[in-house]
Write a protein that binds this ligand. Structure first.
Ligand code: TRP
Length: 366
């Protein structure tokens, strides 16, 4: 293995993870000093509706970063939908729903750029030179691609699935983002994006190496509580164990009423031995701001039914303004489309400029 291959394979090792965490803490301080040094790119695949896992895992954090003054670009990753399925599904409804979720959660289209893959040709074109900078075996070794492939139950890997980390590098590099808020599972992709940026500049770099064509993006790891689904299993839309942001208060109550708990009546916070009860307490904590232990104490021997009622009320109260805004937005398709169009105009301007720089560096500007 060469050293660059090592970097990718080990980007999830303990030592590397510890480094990424320490670096994230430094970046957090640097944001307070000068948020304008950073540009963030994040995104989601429009494969379903956003749920609480997305909200507490990333969306809430993006809004905080935006509000701290970091320029934020949010990608609706529509070409990434077809990495692992036959066809796009009800894509239009999902894309509009995603934009409504973003805005309802606090992404401000006046300050942030919301755009989608398929409307930005120059972004996608970067995939060609980028593919020439990675090897096939490197792609096959990407631990996240491997894990995602396993989750598709023996489905044959598509070329797009194998190469989506390269496409994702184009997402990040085209807009000159230097910060990508990610979960741990996305660290190999970020390493891949950094390698591509380095290799491009090494191979085609400008006469003045002080001015690389691409910035070197860094991960911003946030402390994300591991939330399980209401059945105690990994939260996933296909298991029907999630609470979607756009659900009504009644639907939320219904799902929580059915949530799995255990036989013990007295509520205690014990994640190792009572994962389902601990998960409800964690949801209650995230929604109410009270510590899970404090909620457990308050409920004590009143049992799981009372706990579920507490969590339902806390969540519904926290989500009420977001849901109200979301339903207004969903009924205003023209507005959502206009937000996307403006975002895409800005993304195209940036992508065309970056592609021009790339073609110039590659001496392909005839
Ligand atoms: N893979 C991400 C997801 O499934 C979405 C995504 C696409 C993304 N391109 C990105 C995230 C670039 C961060 C950076 O949610």
């Amino acid at each position: 293995m060469t050293s660059s291959e090592d970097a990718l394979a080990h980007s999830t090792s303990d030592a590397s993870l510890a480094r990424s965490k320490a670096r994230s803490a430094e970046i957090d301080l640097a944001i307070d000093e000068d948020p304008t040094r950073f540009r963030i790119l994040t995104g989601d695949r429009p494969t379903g509706h956003l749920h609480l896992g997305h909200y507490f895992g990333t969306l809430r954090n993006r809004v905080l970063l935006q509000n701290r003054g970091v320029e934020t670009w949010v990608l609706v990753a529509d070409y990434q939908v077809i990495t692992d399925r036959d066809g796009v599904g009800p894509i239009r409804e999902r894309v509009l729903g995603l934009i409504a979720d973003y805005i309802a959660a606090g992404i401000d289209p006046e300050r942030s750029t919301i755009f989608n893959h398929s409307a930005v040709p120059a972004l996608n074109q970067l995939m060609l030179p980028f593919l020439s900078l990675v090897t096939e075996s490197e792609l096959h070794r990407n631990p996240t691609v491997k894990a995602e492939l396993e989750a598709t139950n023996g489905r044959a890997m598509t070329g797009l699935m194998l190469t989506y980390p390269v496409h994702q590098a184009a997402d990040i590099l085209f807009c000159k983002a230097n910060l990508v808020p990610v979960g741990q599972d996305q660290l190999p992709h970020l390493e891949q994006a950094r390698l591509i940026a380095q290799r491009f500049d090494k191979r085609y770099g400008r006469a003045n190496p002080e001015v690389p064509v691409f910035r070197r993006p860094e991960a911003l790891l946030s402390e994300v509580p591991l939330l399980l689904g209401t059945d105690g299993m990994k939260m996933s839309k296909s298991r029907g164990n999630t609470i979607e942001l756009g659900m009504t208060a009644d639907e939320t109550a219904k799902i929580l009423k059915k949530a799995k708990t255990d036989a013990e009546r007295t509520i205690t916070y014990d994640p190792a031995n009572r994962p389902e009860v601990a998960n409800l307490l964690m949801l209650g904590c995230l929604a109410s701001g009270q510590a899970p232990e404090a909620i457990a104490e308050q409920i004590g021997d009143k049992g799981a039914g009372t706990l579920k009622m507490f969590v339902t009320e806390a969540l519904n109260e926290m989500l009420a303004p977001l849901r109200e805004k979301r339903s207004e937005l969903i009924n205003n398709e023209d507005y959502l489309l206009q937000v996307l169009q403006l975002g895409n105009e800005k993304a195209n301007e940036q992508a065309n400029e970056t592609l021009h720089e790339v073609r110039t560096a590659m001496k392909m500007n005839y």
